[in-house]
Design a protein around this ligand. Structure first.
Ligand SMILES: Cc1ncc(COP(=O)(O)O)c(C=O)c1O
Length: 340
């Protein structure tokens, strides 16, 4: 039995889980493992995506600590910051976003929504963002001087508290697997700040799921994710004084499909997004899910998923699960790349 900390009920869960019936045949991988999808893009309308699962725990902690303000950070089109901005408005918390951008950003996609719900926004260059810790400190002191109490959420909501969101999502997945009687050979998703992967790895371990969790990086390299995921797991262990042995949890994050860089994708990703949208009605984004799902399909074609994972049971079925972590608003910020 796992004792979860206090959380707010903000996400629409459980999210749908189903088999992508047409995709494999249409993409020429009919003989490969079947692909199932966990629709975490449906956790809310404007609050959609993976971040809300983490924020259920983080914002509960903010409220329990008596905070009236939330400070968080991310790229200018951060899905995480958008989710914080909207949930802050829903809960009556002030939200201050520290956003990274080098040019004057257009109010489109996530940034449009940040502004719509009245978040305070400070824009910083990539160079200024290198001293993010001191920016958080500066604004925390600023609110303190005003008689407010600010709660800081790290980029992506990834820390020992935030990862509870995907420990709990793994419990949902375990129920999905029982319902459909599958024992997948892999659980796959996009990795940005590592918290989703850390939570899923730990959650699978705690909920008895043997499938390995495989992250597709959209920014930093595999070595970075190994360190970051380990740091989040250690933070979790420390905060919750758990005696669970996390040393057996080894992160597997692939960095072959980042493309030109974070937030930038090549034409193959936009073509792929169009294909998947037309075949299955699934909307991917060019920053996270488009790259991760594209990477998965390419790796299936290369035979990377043909062998069952060494740690798996012999009864393992021929199934792969893709977690759709949301990100749709990022597509609107790059819509001209779709070429319509
Ligand atoms: C749509 C989407 N998918 C995946 C991720 C990656 O999640 P994480 O930051 O927990 O690695 C993010 C955020 O970074 C995201 O916004």
């Amino acid at each position: 039995m796992i004792t979860y900390p206090e959380k707010l009920n903000l996400a629409q869960t459980p999210t749908p889980f189903y088999l992508l019936e047409r995709l494999s045949a249409n993409l020429g991988i009919a003989n490969a493992p079947r692909i199932w999808i966990k629709r975490d893009d449906l956790t809310g309308s404007a609050t959609s995506g993976n971040k809300i699962r983490k924020l259920e725990f983080l914002l509960a902690e903010a409220q329990a600590n008596g905070c009236d303000t939330v400070i968080t950070s991310g790229g200018v089109q951060s899905n995480h910051c958008r989710a914080v901005a909207i949930l802050g408005a829903q809960l009556g918390l002030k939200v201050h976003l520290l956003l990274r951008s080098d040019s004057k950003p257009q109010a489109v996609g996530n940034l449009l929504l940040d502004q719509l719900v009245g978040a305070t926004i400070s824009h910083y260059s990539i160079r200024e963002f290198k001293r993010l810790d001191s920016l958080f400190k500066h604004w925390t002191e600023h609110y303190q001087e005003q008689g407010s109490k600010a709660y800081s959420i790290p980029t992506g909501g990834s820390n020992g508290t935030g990862i509870w969101g995907y420990i709990s999502a793994a419990e949902e997945l375990a129920a999905d697997f029982v319902r459909y009687q599958i024992n997948p050979r892999a659980i796959v998703h996009a990795s940005g700040s590592g918290g989703t992967q850390a939570g899923l790895m730990l959650g699978c371990y705690l909920h008895g799921i043997s499938a390995p969790v495989k992250g597709y990086a959209v920014c930093d390299n595999s070595a970075y994710f190994t360190r970051k995921i380990n740091a989040d797991l250690q933070d979790w262990k420390h905060r919750y004084a758990s005696d669970i042995d996390i040393s057996a949890l080894k992160a597997e994050t692939f960095d072959d499909y980042i493309g030109p860089g974070y937030g930038q994708a090549g034409p193959e990703i936009f073509d792929f997004i169009k294909q998947v949208a037309a075949i299955e009605g699934i909307l991917l984004d060019p920053v996270y899910t488009g790259k991760a799902f594209y990477g998965l399909i390419e790796d299936i074609k290369k035979g990377k998923y043909s062998q069952p994972a060494p740690s798996s049971q012999s009864s393992q079925s021929d199934d792969i699960v893709f977690i759709h972590t949301g990100g749709l608003f990022g597509l609107f910020a790059q819509q001209q790349q779709l070429g319509f």
